[in-house]
Design a protein around this ligand. Structure first.
Ligand code: SAH
Length: 409
């Protein structure tokens, strides 16, 4: 049963909040988060997933959203402006909006992409990824837990997937188990799954470990950068540092790279990369490309290989700033990493440096990488900078995490 229905049955008054003047204007401007310390008044304690209604100073309806008593982001906004019922129709319209936004983006060659990207698609704290006929629903706030059945039902009716896998961010796993009997990796719909799912991206086959893998099993957000790398790879020796399951490497190989070296700390990730090459063995360029796997700390390995040179280096580390106080340290670390990369580039070589830290802005990151090229005393040409792919929209500052810069050195 949904919490709003529960509330009605038990005749519990609507959860009503009043917020600071500053928060009122932030919410009016479209920002989707209300932080706990901006709440001035609350009529009663609320439960995870309840609909909270925010009233302004003149006691008019301002916004409604999902309440989460355990998160500093106390309410994630669903709607701002005139009062509207958040009912089945409303969710259905929201889903239509997300699906329509992806119309025409992908053909049958790409069966892995994001249908719903959280706040930026109007589904705060919820992600829906497609891997062929399997969908992965990932929840980042407990506020969705009481609604999982309703949402999964809606998704099943509309997208007719073979199965839906539930993934939960670590911070909500305990509550999910105890209060809702749901665990990370549960199947919400369809048959069980005992291994990875295979899907297509730009005609290449990949496996995704949707039950246990990072994010929802694959880094779907890098598709456009991988396509760029394919176009730059012909005849080159490529280093894919922080390779994960070799996404960039397969594109480079198909693009005609002579050799590709996958460098990752995780043996599990490298084993996935190896399998992904096997999955694409029907492609002559992939088979012709010499594929090397190196399990090492990339920061250390780069410094221990002074003589090794590459024509194309991809640096896609995990987020180096998980919190705001780590921002400055992270900017310096991105700069140092780019410097090590540049040292290993032949003249005319290309560096593709990526950052997925929301705490570091695109300009800060680009400047750090440019600064490294200047410091190295190498002349360079900036080929391009890139941001979010269209199936991963970012509509507010905190959602903007991905950026990449391409330098020919
Ligand atoms: N480029 C990948 C995604 C990279 S995710 C893609 O397109 O799919 C970050 C990867 O960095 C993970 O696979 C993680 O295992 C790896 N990693 C984390 N710390 C590392 C380190 N110090 N050295 C090498 N790899 C590391």
């Amino acid at each position: 049963m949904r919490t709003d229905e529960l509330r009605e049955r038990e005749r519990v008054p609507q959860l009503r909040l009043r917020v600071t003047a500053a928060a009122e204007s932030v919410l009016r401007s479209g920002h989707p988060w209300l932080f706990a310390d901006s709440i001035r008044e609350q009529n009663r304690a609320g439960q995870a997933g309840e609909l909270a209604v925010i009233y302004d100073r003149k006691d008019r309806f301002l916004a409604a959203g999902l309440f989460d008593p355990d998160s500093p982001i106390r309410v994630r906004l669903l709607h701002v402006g005139k009062p509207r019922a958040i009912d089945r129709n409303w969710w259905s319209e929201r889903l239509t909006r997300s699906l329509e936004a992806r119309q025409g983006l992908f053909d049958h060659q790409t069966t892995g992409f994001r249908w719903i990207n959280g706040e930026s698609d109007g589904w705060p704290g919820l992600v829906l990824d497609r891997y062929d006929r399997t969908l992965v629903l990932k929840l980042y706030t407990a506020a969705w837990l009481p609604r999982w059945e309703e949402i999964a039902g809606l998704i099943t009716a509309r997208l007719r997937p073979e199965r839906i896998v539930l993934r939960l961010s670590r911070n909500i796993q305990k509550l999910a188990k105890h209060q809702f009997g749901k665990a990370d990796g549960d199947i919400l719909h369809g048959p069980p799954l005992d291994g990875p799912v295979v899907f297509l991206e730009t005609g290449l086959c990949f496996e995704a470990d949707v039950l246990h893998g990072q994010k929802t099993g694959f880094f779907l957000d890098q598709r456009d950068n991988r396509r760029q790398v394919e176009a730059l790879a012909r005849g080159r020796d490529v280093l894919n540092a922080f390779s994960f399951s070799g996404g960039f490497s397969l594109y480079a190989a198909r693009g005609g790279a002579r050799t590709v070296t996958d460098l990752d700390l995780s043996a599990h990730a490298l084993a996935g990369a190896k399998r992904n090459f096997v999955l694409n063995a029907t492609n002559a360029a992939v088979t012709a490309c010499q594929h090397e796997l190196v399990q090492a700390d990339a920061f250390v390995w780069l410094n221990q290989q002074p003589g090794r040179r590459f024509d194309l280096i991809i640096l896609d580390p995990p987020s180096l700033a998980k919190r705001e106080i780590e921002r400055l340290g992270a900017i310096r670390a991105y700069g140092r990493l780019a410097s090590s990369g540049i040292e290993h580039l032949v003249p005319g070589g290309i560096l593709v440096a990526c950052s997925c830290s929301a705490h570091v802005t695109a300009e800060e990151f680009y400047d750090a990488v440019r600064g490294s090229a200047v410091k190295a005393g190498r002349t360079f040409e900036e080929l391009q900078t890139t941001r979010h792919a269209p199936d991963h929209p970012a509509t507010f500052k905190e959602a903007e995490y991905l950026k990449a810069i391409y330098l020919k050195v």
